[in-house]
Design a protein around this ligand. Structure first.
Ligand code: CU
Length: 169
C-alpha cells in the first residue's frame, strides 16, 4: 500500500491522522471479528454449533426492578445467545438489600420484544424455580437479529416488579 502520490499525503499531518484512524479501524474490526466466535466450554467444546450465528454473553446482566425492590441477575445458559435458535436463561433473584437476600417462591418470568418492529417473541418461556433464588426460564427464541428489549418480572404475593434490559443481536 503506498500513499506517496496522494494529494492528502503531500500536506503531511492530516494524512498521518487518517492513516492512524484506518489502522485503529482495522484493529477494531479484527477485535470484533474475534469476539463473534462461539464460546468454548472448559472442555474446549463449542457451547453452540459452530455455524450458528451467536452473540457471546460473557457475564450475567444485573438489572434492578423499577421499584428498586429486587436485583435480577440473568444470563443465557451456555454463555451465548443464538440468533433464531432455542436457548434457556438462568436467573438469580435477590432483594435489593445489603445481604442480597435470595428471593424464593417468586413467580419469575422474562420475555423479549423488538420495539422497532412492534413484535415480541413467537413463544412464551416457562420458568422453573431451582431453589436458593435461582430460576431457569426455558423456551427463548429470538428469531431476528437487531434491537431487542428484555423485560423480567418478579411476582411475590401478587405484587409484580419488573426490570428492563436490552440486547443488540
Ligand atoms: Cu423484528
Amino acid at each position: 500500500m503506498t500513499f506517496a502520490r496522494s494529494p492528502v499525503a503531500a500536506s503531511g499531518q492530516p494524512f498521518a491522522g487518517a492513516a492512524a484512524a484506518l489502522v485503529a479501524l482495522a484493529v477494531l474490526a479484527g477485535t470484533l471479528a474475534a469476539c463473534t466466535g462461539a464460546p468454548k466450554t472448559p472442555d474446549g467444546v463449542p457451547a453452540v454449533a459452530p455455524d450458528a450465528h451467536t452473540i457471546p454473553f460473557d457475564e450475567p446482566h444485573e438489572i434492578l426492578t423499577r421499584d428498586k425492590a429486587y436485583v435480577i441477575s440473568w444470563q443465557p445458559v451456555g454463555g451465548a445467545i443464538p440468533i433464531n435458535g432455542d436457548f434457556e436463561v438462568e436467573l438469580f433473584v435477590t432483594r435489593n438489600d445489603e445481604a442480597r437476600t435470595p428471593v424464593e417462591g417468586a413467580n419469575v418470568s422474562m420475555t423479549c420484544f423488538m420495539p422497532e418492529h412492534g413484535h415480541g417473541m413467537l413463544r412464551e418461556p416457562v420458568t422453573e424455580e431451582l431453589g436458593g433464588g435461582h430460576y431457569r426460564a426455558r423456551g427463548f427464541l429470538l428469531h431476528m437479529d437487531g434491537y431487542w428489549t428484555v423485560s423480567a418480572t418478579v411476582m411475590v404475593g401478587g405484587i409484580a416488579a419488573s426490570a428492563d434490559d436490552e440486547l443488540r443481536l
